[in-house]
Write a protein of this length. Structure first.
Length: 380
C-alpha cells in the first residue's frame, strides 16, 4: 500500500468514527459519501498509472532531477576528459592568466668577501588564454514516451525513477568531453574579426599542437625525426627521444604521450618480446619506458605518428572556468520541454616548451604552420 493510500485510510477511519460518535444519521451518510469520493479518486489515479499513463507535469520533475542528481555527472564537465587527467588543471581562469616562467641558475665560484650575486637569467611570461563556450540540450520527454519510457518502464513508473534523464545527461556530457579532448590538442583560435556565433570549441583558443608549432618556429624546440611509427620502430623511437634529454633529467618523472594507434604498435612490439598485456582492476594497464617515464595514449592526439615526452610536473597547462559559480548544469522548464545548458571557458598552454624540458618528433606543429601560412597570405 502506498503512502498516500495509508493516509487516506487513516483519514477515512477517523471520519467514520466521528460520524458514529455524533449519532446523527445525516452526518454519517455525508461522511461515508465523502470517504467514497476520496477513494474513488485514488482508485482512478491508480488505474491510470497501471495502464502506463504518466502525469505530464514532467518538466518540473525533470528539472528537479537535474538539480538534485545530475550535478554528480556535471562535475565531469570540465575535468572529466582524458587529457585533463594528466596535465595541470587551473580552475577559474576568466579570460587570461599569465603563468610566468623563470630561469634561475646558481653561479658557483671561489669564495670571496665581496657579494657578486646575479639575478635570474630569464623571466618569460606564458599567457594562458581561455575561450568562452556554451553547450545546450533541449528536448521534450513526452515525445520519447513510446520509444523509451514505455519500453523500459513498468506500469505506474514515475519520471524521477526513470534512468531516462540520467541517460540524456550522461550522453550529453560524454559528447562534450569528446570535443574537449580533441580541442585541447588541435584547437586554433579564430581571429576576432572572423569570429561568429557558430564557431566550434576548437576555434576558440589555441591548443597544445599550436603551442608546440610556435615553439618550433621560434627555434626553442627541435623536433626529433623518428619517421612513421611501426611495430618495429616504436620502441627504438621512444628510447631515442628519451636520450635527447640531458642526463640530469633522467631521474625526473616524465610522461610519454602518443596516439592510441601508436600505443597499439607498442603493445604489439611487447608481444614480440613475450610481454603480454593484462588488464588491472581499473581495466587499464600502465606501462613505463623506464621506471620514471609513464606511457600514456590519448584520444586527442589524432596524428597516429605524433609522440612527445615531457616533464610530469605540470608542464602542460589546462585552464577552465565554470561561468556560473553556483552550479555547473543549468536547467529550466519551458512548457513541455526541458532546457539544459552549460557555460564555460577553456584554454591550453605549455609552461616550458623548450629542448631539455620536452622532446617531440616531427609530426607536431602543423596547426601553427597552417595558421602562419594563412596569416602571411592575408598580409601579402
Amino acid at each position: 500500500m502506498r503512502r498516500h493510500q495509508i493516509i487516506n485510510l487513516a483519514f477515512s477511519l477517523l471520519t467514520i468514527s466521528l460520524a458514529i460518535a455524533s449519532g446523527s444519521p445525516v452526518a454519517m451518510v455525508g461522511m461515508i459519501l465523502f470517504t467514497a469520493i476520496v477513494w474513488r479518486q485514488d482508485l482512478s489515479a491508480h488505474i491510470s498509472e497501471s495502464l502506463g499513463a504518466i502525469d505530464y507535469d514532467m518538466a518540473k520533475e525533470f528539472l528537479e532531477y537535474c538539480t538534485d542528481v545530475a550535478m554528480d555527472i556535471g562535475g565531469k564537465c570540465f575535468v572529466g576528459f582524458e587529457t585533463a587527467q594528466c596535465v595541470r588543471n587551473i580552475p577559474n581562469v576568466k579570460g587570461q592568466i599569465v603563468m610566468t616562467d623563470i630561469d634561475v641558475e646558481a653561479d658557483v665560484v671561489r669564495w670571496a668577501c665581496e657579494f657578486t650575486g646575479g639575478s635570474p637569467k630569464k623571466v618569460i611570461p606564458r599567457p594562458l588564454t581561455t575561450g568562452r563556450f556554451k553547450t545546450e540540450c533541449k528536448y521534450c520527454p513526452k515525445k520519447v514516451e513510446d520509444s523509451y519510457m514505455q519500453k523500459f518502464a513498468p506500469p505506474g513508473q514515475k519520471y524521477k525513477e526513470l534512468p531516462f534523464g540520467q541517460r540524456i545527461t550522461a550522453d550529453w556530457i560524454a559528447s562534450l568531453q569528446q570535443k574537449q579532448e580533441f580541442a585541447i590538442w588541435s584547437a586554433v583560435k579564430k581571429a576576432d574579426a572572423d569570429s561568429a556565433p557558430t564557431d566550434k570549441l576548437h576555434e576558440l583558443f589555441n591548443g597544445y599542437n599550436y603551442h608546440i608549432g610556435e615553439a618550433i618556429d621560434d627555434g626553442v624546440l627541435t623536433p626529433f625525426e623518428t619517421g612513421e611509427l611501426t611495430v618495429e620502430t616504436i620502441i627504438p623511437a621512444m628510447e631515442a627521444m628519451f636520450c635527447k634529454f640531458p642526463p640530469e633529467s633522467y631521474g625526473k618523472q616524465m610522461i610519454l604521450k602518443l596516439s592510441h594507434k601508436a600505443y597499439f604498435f607498442y603493445l604489439q612490439a611487447l608481444r614480440g618480446f613475450n610481454q603480454y598485456v593484462q588488464g588491472n582492476s581499473r581495466g587499464r594497464t600502465e606501462f613505463y619506458l623506464s621506471p620514471n617515464v609513464r606511457i600514456m595514449p590519448l584520444a586527442g592526439i589524432v596524428n597516429p605518428n605524433a609522440m612527445l615526452i615531457t616533464r610530469a610536473d605540470g608542464n602542460f597547462l589546462y585552464g577552465y572556468d565554470n561561468e556560473d559559480d553556483t552550479s555547473i548544469i543549468e536547467a529550466e522548464a519551458e512548457k513541455r520541454e526541458l532546457c539544459m545548458w552549460i557555460d564555460g571557458r577553456m584554454g591550453a598552454q605549455i609552461r616550458r616548451p623548450y629542448d631539455g624540458d620536452m622532446c617531440v618528433n616531427e609530426f607536431w606543429g602543423d596547426a601553427f604552420a597552417a595558421e602562419k601560412k594563412v596569416a602571411e597570405k592575408k598580409a601579402a
